[in-house]
Design a protein. Structure first.
Length: 264
């Protein structure tokens, strides 16, 4: 078995995106200081507020992914439209800082989820499938290390492996009982695992928007960087899944690892 030239180039782009996330660097370039310095502008007990906002945003996104995600449309993804909406949402966060995070983050996360779903659909995913919807949510866990990660490179497939059982269990639970029991341990575990990783990017976003003089315009730009990052992660993720369906999962994993090794 051999990848076609087109598929090989597509996989190379996916590997580059998934293994070299650049959100932190882009935010740092925009604010003109190390992101660690920006954290000094956050108020006391900011971590708990960011954590609460992250969990709330993901819970709302889970509801939307299961019950109200449009599965009838087919075609290319509307990346620009979602970027415009995200920038508008980010302007609110930039104007009011951390105080607005609990209100703004669920909105921007929902916009990003719909954009992620758009990308998934354009790569041939069936959004009627619960597993696909949960895989859209999983994208929020891509693109950065959690505090639980050690110094080793966990990588894209490492994250997928870490979520494999959680997605299977959550999909089975939702198929049988829906979201009538949102406090069920299986769903709490799934949301918490995503929040642990997504919360890192949210914290960086909150820190950048807390800098004096960032304002509404700056908040909009930060949200542009935010959604651009996750649109890229989604494209890489669902490109790999499409190629796994076209060839087979084991073969694509081997080819992925070869490309990753050669890129170092």
């Amino acid at each position: 078995m051999k990848l076609s030239k087109k598929d090989l180039e597509t996989l190379k782009r996916a590997v580059d995106i998934l293994e070299n996330p650049s959100l932190t660097a882009k935010i740092t370039d925009f604010i003109g200081m190390p992101i660690e310095k920006a954290f000094e502008y956050l108020p006391e007990k900011w971590s708990a507020k960011v954590g609460d906002a992250t969990h709330l945003a993901l819970k709302k996104s889970l509801d939307i992914s299961i019950y109200s995600m449009d599965i009838s449309y087919s075609g290319t993804s509307s990346n620009i439209l979602h970027k415009v909406l995200s920038v508008a949402s980010g302007a609110t966060g930039g104007a009011f800082g951390l105080l607005a995070l609990s209100a703004e983050l669920p909105i921007s996360t929902t916009i990003m989820l719909r954009s992620i779903a758009d990308v998934a659909r354009s790569e041939g995913e069936d959004l009627a499938e619960i597993e696909t919807k949960l895989s859209c949510l999983q994208v929020f866990a891509l693109g950065g290390k959690s505090k639980a990660d050690d110094s080793s490179e966990i990588g894209y497939y490492g994250v997928r492996a870490a979520f494999g059982k959680s997605i299977t269990e959550a999909a089975k639970f939702i198929a049988e009982k829906g979201l009538t029991e949102e406090g069920a341990p299986i769903l709490i575990k799934f949301i918490s695992k995503i929040a642990t990783r997504y919360g890192i990017q949210v914290s960086e976003k909150a820190a950048a928007q807390a800098i004096p003089l960032i304002g509404a315009a700056g908040g909009g730009i930060i949200n542009f960087l935010f959604i651009d990052h996750f649109q890229g992660m989604a494209r890489g993720h669902f490109t790999v899944r499409r190629l796994e369906r076209k060839y087979n999962a084991e073969f694509i994993r081997i080819e992925y690892d070869k490309i990753k090794k050669n890129q170092k």
